[in-house]
Write a protein that binds this ligand. Sequence first.
Ligand SMILES: CC(C)(COP(=O)(O)OP(=O)(O)OC[C@H]1O[C@@H](n2cnc3c(N)ncnc32)[C@H](O)[C@@H]1OP(=O)(O)O)[C@@H](O)C(=O)NCCC(=O)NCCS
Length: 443
Amino acid sequence: MTSNTLTITDNRTGKRYEVPIEEGNVIRATKLRDIKNGPDDFGLMSYDPAFTNTASCKSKVSFIDGDQGILRYRGYPIQELAEKSTYLETAYLIVKGELPDLKHFRVWEHNVKIHTMVHENIKKFMEGFRYDAHPMGMLVSTIAALSTFYPEAAQIHDLESRRLQTRRLIGKLPTLAAFAYRHTRGLPYVYPDNELSYAGNFLAMLFKMTELTYKPDPALERALDVLFILHADHEQNCSANAMRSVGSSQVDPYSATAAAAAALYGPLHGGANEQAIRMLMEIGSVDKVPAFIRTVKEGQRRLMGFGHRIYKNYDPRAKIVKQIAYQVFEVTGRNPLIDIALELERIALQDEYFIAHKLYPNVDFYSGIIYQAMGFPMTMFPVLFAIPRTSGWMAQWAEMVRDSEQKIARPRQVYIGEPERHWTLIDKRREPTMREDQVSEVI
Ligand SMILES: CC(C)(COP(=O)(O)OP(=O)(O)OC[C@H]1O[C@@H](n2cnc3c(N)ncnc32)[C@H](O)[C@@H]1OP(=O)(O)O)[C@@H](O)C(=O)NCCC(=O)NCCS
């Protein structure tokens, strides 16, 4: 007879415990607390640094099968959305759970676009940054500053307030991102043009000069929109986890989004495509690729833009990004780094080291090449990521707020520090004697 349970025998006590298996492969970590060595024992807990095998929530937003290379938003394959949808429609799908009909889409588009303007004080706030401020640092701070403009956003249990802040954030992010870019260029900020599409308006706010109306190139506009679709959500990644974790304190969504954007600022998350570009520039030419691959196999380097915690197959987004690259080059001219990237991929995909380690190109391998061809400096790469990911963050946050099983996020720790000891007068203390490894731990 089979049953959906796990039987655990505690060899310290000889006791047996039945733990239910939910959803096919999930056990509740709190069940381990029942396993005690004696009446005063705290009970067992699991230790999982970086949450590599711990589900922190139940979610309906996106699904990844890393072995098969599958990504779906609300059940829809990423390939279909990239081919047929627009970012604004995909954002609706992500935050509301269903694709809109025409009437609902029109209302949604209107509701997002009426929030593209920002308060003039936000503009002044941004003007206060140094001339060479990193645009992502500006974006993170300005998102946080929005919470001071919309104090009603603290009503996180109010459905209408959540909807309003979601539309506001999706509407305002391109404006903040473009202002940050213009600031680093010493150019006047450009106000939104709501006659244009979401991506088209963003391009206008970035690149408009003296012309009365800016006409975005349709190929670049569509390429950017598809890149936005590809970056809209990616289940419990570092920034989504930051959004949920910070949001679980019941802070307003602007503050939680600022925390999520801060997580995205890091080189292991939103900055990986910059590292990929730097690597390609360092390699310099196609003939240097085999030597570079050797250094990677010897463990001296990593092939940036390759490998993924979840995907052990070709990242489905990377395939689409690679196709977009050629469409963009038709307009911008070919970015010569693509030839080095293609050669790296060709050699890596048939090399036994990369095959054995299941290392395939991820979304960051080609995206930087496109952004560079479109004229974006590398400092803008994480900013370009944050714009579309805002819909994912808001969907993850709203799911967390409505989930009755969620509480303030508060992991346990395994304490490995000193046992109890007592304070002494400063002149009675001995010079601390520390081992080398302890010194680096405490500074
Ligand atoms: C994404 C990444 C951080 C995932 O890391 P992870 O799941 O923690 O995997 P690990 O770092 O434990 O690596 C597992 C093995 O693959 C190897 N490996 C992983 N990524 C590699 C890469 N890009 N180049 C060469 N070897 C790599 C590791 O050396 C390790 O080998 P070992 O088992 O022989 O020691 C990692 O693949 C990486 O650093 N990639 C490059 C950076 C990047 O593109 N990041 C963007 C992700 S979207």
